[in-house]
Design a protein around this ligand. Structure first.
Ligand SMILES: Cc1cc2nc3c(=O)[nH]c(=O)nc-3n(C[C@H](O)[C@H](O)[C@H](O)COP(=O)(O)O)c2cc1C
Length: 207
């Protein structure tokens, strides 16, 4: 099959795009509002984009408030800071719960029963239950123009200025124990995947 997205003519039960670029990492973004309210939400239009400086991005769609920003994006625009927490198999339910649409004055870390921990370099809190935290400072945002259907996105780029890794997730050889961390990824729809010892394989690169 072939379709042009702008024509909405895929003819399938659901828009397949979300399931075509997969699996997607989940940036579990914690931030703090100007008023000091903690916020937490998952974003799977998320990735690392380069090494030096280590940089991540995520794209926030239109929110329901008057500025049309989701709370995470509004907080980051106001404070210039955020944290990416690694979403794992152990925290999958809380990750999902933290995607609920709640008012911006609701502390979503408390709401999901998770534990906020102070960051070293930014005011945004980290999530204690996550084994990896990337403390980030806003580099810039870029607007993706929509089709006039309320579907515009704001892409947030952040420099990773501090990295926390749970020592228990580092092997004796000095590598990350990914099979132990068990990160989860998004497959579109309401489907996810889990990385574990059975789903990993190694390939050496050609010379
Ligand atoms: C796994 C997952 C991935 C998501 N990815 C995105 C995304 O990339 N962009 C987006 O705008 N919303 C995404 N959402 C929805 C947001 O998490 C949701 O709108 C949330 O309420 C936003 O919270 P905030 O307003 O506190 O930032 C995702 C939801 C889930 C469960």
């Amino acid at each position: 099959m072939f379709y042009e997205p702008k024509n909405h003519d895929h003819g399938l039960a659901k828009n397949p795009f979300n399931s075509l670029v997969i699996p997607r990492p989940i940036g579990w973004i914690s931030s703090v509002s100007e008023a000091g309210v903690f916020n937490l939400a998952p974003y799977s239009f998320f990735n690392a984009v380069c090494y030096r400086p280590p940089t991540v991005m995520f794209a926030g769609g239109a929110g329901s408030s008057s500025d049309r920003n989701k709370d995470s994006v509004r907080n980051i625009l106001a404070t210039g800071e955020f944290v990416c927490n690694l979403a794992t198999w152990d925290t999958r339910s809380q990750m999902n719960e933290s995607s609920a649409s709640v008012a911006s004055d609701v502390d979503e870390i408390a709401l999901t029963g998770l534990t906020p921990v102070e960051s070293r370099l930014v005011r945004a809190p980290r999530i204690a239950e996550a084994p990896v935290h990337l403390e980030c400072r806003l580099i810039k945002t870029t607007d993706i123009p929509g089709w006039g259907e309320g579907d515009e996105y704001k892409v947030v780029f952040g420099e990773v200025v501090g990295i926390h890794i749970d020592d228990a997730m580092i092997t004796d050889e000095g590598l990350l124990d990914i099979a132990k961390i068990m990160p989860i990824g998004r497959l579109g729809y309401n489907d996810y995947t889990r990385v574990d010892a059975d789903s990993m394989f190694t390939m050496n690169r050609p010379d």
